[in-house]
Design a protein around this ligand. Structure first.
Ligand SMILES: Nc1ncnc2c1ncn2[C@@H]1O[C@H](COP(=O)(O)OP(=O)(O)OP(=O)(O)O)[C@@H](O)[C@H]1O
Length: 250
């Protein structure tokens, strides 16, 4: 059985700087895999290569065994590659029910026909309500997004990404900017994500990384430096040296 997502010898250069250096990486089916590393290690560049925001200089990207290396972003998304962004990409004037509804409708090819379809399709309504419930957004579903607590906005972002039913979900720093008091809800919600979605998490919050991940890869200077179970990474003196033992992950 092929991996959910795999890179082989992936490299990206910006002029003289190698931001992704010969990365061969495997995301297993149903994985809860975290990618960590110091600032500037190349985590965001790697995600951008996976999603097609950037094109690789060398190497191959396989999604469920299919070569997507040269595919445009939209096509990768349609093939089942979902992502959230480090910085909130939501429309502030829309409500959670509208954002999730639009994402579900788009997946079904509804697009602008969204509200007309909604009235007729109870299965769509049920799915929207279930997503809002799962992400603890029911009580705020009619509030403009810009007025929601930041933690709720990050939850909404994940709900919107999940609405497209991705096979692989890339979570780019979901806890960034979320106040301490709202982190528990985020952790619980991430823990409850459906197991048939394979997840790659990029995160600086080590509590979240160690509570979420069953596998961790460490990126340093664009290259994979170490990989293993959370326990193995926590106890690896080399990893402690370059990352965990220092202050540069906050
Ligand atoms: N578009 C670009 N042009 C030139 N250099 C870039 C570009 N994007 C990233 N870099 C450089 O590539 C390296 C990796 O950056 P990247 O943002 O991928 O790291 P990161 O691990 O995501 O960092 P952080 O944890 O701070 O978000 C850095 O040295 C960065 O300055």
């Amino acid at each position: 059985m092929s991996a959910a997502l795999q890179t082989i010898g992936l490299s990206k250069r910006f002029g003289g700087l190698t931001a992704t250096d010969d990365v061969s990486f495997t995301l297993g089916h149903g994985a809860r895999h975290a990618l960590i590393g110091p600032n500037g290690a190349g985590k965001t560049t790697f995600i951008n290569l996976l999603t097609g925001v950037l094109s690789a200089n060398e190497g191959t990207i396989l999604l469920e065994g299919e070569d997507i290396t040269r595919m445009p972003q939209q096509q990768r998304a349609r093939r089942g590659l979902g992502r959230t962004f480090q910085i909130n990409q939501l429309f502030g004037a829309m409500t959670p029910v509208e954002s999730v509804g639009l994402a579900v409708s788009e997946r079904m090819g509804g697009g602008g026909q969204f509200w007309r379809r909604l009235g007729k399709r109870t299965d769509i309504v049920d799915e929207i309500v279930e997503l809002l419930r799962q992400f603890r957004l029911i009580e705020v579903m009619d509030e403009p997004t810009a007025r929601l607590p930041y933690g709720k906005q990050r939850l909404l972002e994940i709900a919107v990404a999940l609405a497209s039913q991705p096979r692989v979900l890339l979570l780019d720093e979901p806890a960034a900017g979320v106040p301490e008091a709202e982190r528990g809800e985020l952790l619980d919600t991430l823990a409850a994500l459906p197991r048939d979605v394979s997840i790659l998490l990029i995160e600086h919050d080590m509590d979240l990384v160690f509570s979420f991940a069953d596998r961790i890869s460490v990126l340093v200077n664009g290259a994979l430096f170490a990989e293993g179970t959370p326990e193995a990474m926590r106890n690896d003196p080399r990893v402690q040296d370059v990352y965990l033992g220092s202050d540069n992950h906050v």
